[in-house]
Design a protein around this ligand. Structure first.
Ligand SMILES: NC(=O)c1ccc[n+]([C@@H]2O[C@H](COP(=O)([O-])OP(=O)(O)OC[C@H]3O[C@@H](n4cnc5c(N)ncnc54)[C@H](O)[C@@H]3O)[C@@H](O)[C@H]2O)c1
Length: 315
């Protein structure tokens, strides 16, 4: 199937791997990467790239018209930990970039949008275990407030203007190809790097802080499967709960010790602990399973094996 795709924020943790996968599936020339900065060599050399500010409506429109773009994956955002330091900048980036693509779809300049939400839409009053699709949503972080507002606007644009926008509430994402971009779950990537390079890791969350997580291959596949599903299958137009595994820093360190028995971990919680304390510990994603057959493939054991195998090639 031939279609032209634009990824905005393509040089980040998800965007890099998403772009490479979409290019593999749909052809290099059909998938345009864009960001406010240049990305890794593998990304820059694998197909067309545009320097683009997601908050500049005219610039986004120009790129869309020039490349005759049909689908947009909007990955540009300020993540949870960084957003607490720059609340207004986070709000402006996260909301204006979304409004720009929603309005371009409303004007029929693009057909379909993928926009990631997050487990950060939940808050301290949400039931933490197996958090349901519809639950109390009172986020207490800047990032969570922007994601929940974004979800409401996505649903509104779909209901009011028939905009085909699709969304997933990603948990913390683990990848070996790209570094994480300032989130509260970044520890679950850093820990593998430090385990291999130093043999120890100082964790910024407490040992028993259990959070929902997902390996990047599952996250990318989920986005592409959601976008390729028939319109009739998509019953949720705010954002789907999406799950794979849940673990605490202690549990991930035990799983690393299966490979590196001398690995040790210490705990020095910082401001990110108070963000994690408001998030779910596990997610009920039965709606995604029911509507478009979502099934995760990576659990903690498989994730650790893949992370250690891939990262150890660099040491
Ligand atoms: N990584 C996770 O664990 C996670 C979890 C839940 C949701 N998400 C969501 O997924 C999306 C992508 O996350 P990520 O982890 O890849 O983030 P990231 O920070 O690694 O990447 C974001 C990219 O956006 C770019 N960007 C920033 N401002 C821009 C602008 N004005 N115009 C164009 N590009 C701009 C950055 O340069 C960066 O390359 C975000 O919406 C994020 O909220 C991520």
């Amino acid at each position: 199937m031939q279609k032209s795709i634009l990824i905005i924020g393509a040089c980040g943790q998800i965007g890099t791997e998403l772009t490479l996968k979409l290019r593999e599936l749909y052809g290099e020339e059909c998938v345009v990467a864009s960001d406010i900065r240049e990305g890794s060599d593998s990304l820059m050399q694998s197909g067309p790239f545009e320097l683009l500010d997601a908050t500049n409506y005219e610039a986004v429109e120009d790129v869309i018209l020039y490349h005759e773009i049909e689908e947009v994956y909007l990955m540009a955002a300020m993540l949870s930990a960084t957003a607490e330091k720059f609340p207004e900048r986070a709000w402006n980036l996260n909301m204006n970039s979304l409004f720009n693509v929603l309005n371009l779809a409303k004007e029929n300049k693009i057909n379909k949008i993928f926009w990631p939400s997050s487990i950060a839409v939940f808050g301290p009053n949400t039931p933490r275990d197996m958090t349901p699709q519809n639950s109390i949503m009172e986020p207490s972080t800047v990032y969570g407030i922007s994601k929940l507002s974004g979800e409401r606007w996505c649903e509104y644009y779909h209901n009011k203007y028939n905009v085909d926008v699709r969304s997933l509430r990603y948990p913390g994402l683990i990848s070996w190809k790209t570094q994480p971009g300032g989130g509260t779950t970044d520890y679950a990537v850093e820990i593998y790097h430090d385990a291999l390079s130093k043999g120890n890791y100082q964790c910024f969350l407490k040992e028993d802080t259990k959070l929902p997580m997902m390996f990047m291959d599952d996250a990318i596949r989920a986005a592409i499967e959601l976008m390729d599903s028939d319109t009739g299958q998509i019953k949720v137009r705010s954002s789907y709960n999406l799950g794979a595994m849940s673990f605490s820093p202690k549990e991930i360190s035990e799983s690393i010790k299966q490979w590196l028995p001398d690995f040790s971990i210490t705990y020095q919680p910082d401001f990110r602990q108070s963000i994690a304390d408001t998030w779910p510990s596990s997610i009920d994603d039965s709606k995604a399973k029911e509507d478009w057959n979502w099934a995760a493939e990576f659990d903690l054991t498989k994730t650790t094996a893949e992370m250690i195998n891939q990262l150890s090639k660099n040491f």
